[in-house]
Design a protein around this ligand. Sequence first.
Ligand code: NOJ
Length: 560
Amino acid sequence: MNKNWWKEGVVYQIYPRSFKDSNGDGIGDLRGIIEKLDYLKNLGVNIIWLCPVYKSPNDDNGYDISDYRDIMDEFGTKEDFNELLKEMHSRDIKLIMDLVVNHTSDEHKWFVESKKSKDNQYRDYYIWRDGKDGNPPNNWGSFFSGSAWKYDETSDQYYLHLFSTKQPDLNWENEKVRKEVYDMMKFWLDQGIDGFRMDVINLISKVPGLPDGDKGEDDLYGNGFPFTANGPRVHEYLQEMNKKVLSKYDIMTVGETPGVTPEIGKLYVDNDRNELNMVFQFEMMEIDSGEEGKWDIVPWRLTTFKNIMYKWYTGLKEKGWNSLFLNNHDQPRMVSRFGNDKKYRVESAKMLATFLHTWQGTPYIYQGEEIGMTNVEFKNIEDYRDIEIINMFKEKSEQGIDKDVLMKAIYAKGRDNARTPIQWDSSNNAGFTSGEPWIAVNPNYKEINVEKALEDKNSIFYYYQKLIKLRKENEIIVYGDLELIDRENESIFAYARNYNDEKLIVILNFYGENTKFKFHEDFQDKKVNLLISNYEVEDNNINDIILRPYEARVYKINSK
Ligand code: NOJ
């Protein structure tokens, strides 16, 4: 297997708006990040993925970009950015920027021009179509509720927006659009950044003809996803991008790719195909979604969890590489979703981290995860800021769905769960800002915060620090093969890692009760070393272990 820095690294994702405010306007900013670089260095991460910091009217918090080459006013200036990059590099931390090129903001100059008339030179930068008998060109719904089309009076046509009305989709069929994107990528790479996380990159090629999608009887809109995800020219575009831009730099790329299976994922990350290094798969993020999708919440099973992870491991192991994450800025907090954020918050956060840092792939830590931040339950819908939540609540309440039911769904799945400010200390607003935060702080900040974590040697923070160090010191954790143990077990996730003649065994209790685990006979008379555990472990006797609630252990098996 090829060795690469991005396989060996650990990524920390920053959502700048909620990270640290340095100037009291209630919004996190670049200087706030600079202030905290030593904290991140101390944690041990060596790659930062920065969510979009470009100019934006913030309809979708920076995922609606009005100028790709400039910095958002609220976040600072170009000088601040240069300083951030310099300060990161001087600490041996690499910078991965977000690349959002499925769509721009409707305030981007290309769209402003495009909208002016049918013969404007930018018209064809976007996807414009005639309506059908006073209706949109097709029945697709947008990810953020409502139709995926917006009518424009000036030219009596509609434009496509898979996300909000302020995020018109770019027309990748137009060679000029592709060239603009590649030039912009070079603009940033030439300043020394180390790669890109590519926003919904598998949506850039739409099926020609834009056919209607399936629509159930109760559905307001048809499902356009099969005609927008993994479209007919997506690999051609990415190979072109690779040839013209990516291949010229030593960088890391990770594509956000909803609706991708390992078979499809492989097409994006197979070394020989020259597209991307990694993708984010969403099969795991859909583990608790019912037939109606994200807001229809169903219980998940550990065996499904294992099967998804293992299938992705086997699917990519020859030629590709996995990215490992259990939360990000679009997902609920992992300890609330997959662990227990009450009685066993600390134990379960550490257990989940043990999984992320000992499975094969590159781990991504989402800001605040390292101190076990949890979901939030705001009382009123007015306290929420996310466009997806707000539009969904409006559309579904108009359909007559009970508000309590909707609030419950938001508590479990809403994106704002991950977007409350980082809890730095127990002072006002958790030390995030001296002003009024753009979104309220999670009320549990007095108990859960960085200051406290740094004072407690048993904190989740120090456990992460140890996991990251172990990974750096043991190639087996990065490159070792994987083998599932006791796959059908619904409480315990156990697996072995093998590399040359070394072996590790990872045992994770995903259950809030004591649970028995029996080692395979082959190991029972072997000498073992415990590398890490989230509990005190008295001895190295591995026969019939009783794992405590959410206990995690990683053993090194000695060959003799
Ligand atoms: C995925 C991003 O992660 C999300 O935050 C955003 O709303 C959509 N793409 C649209 O850009």
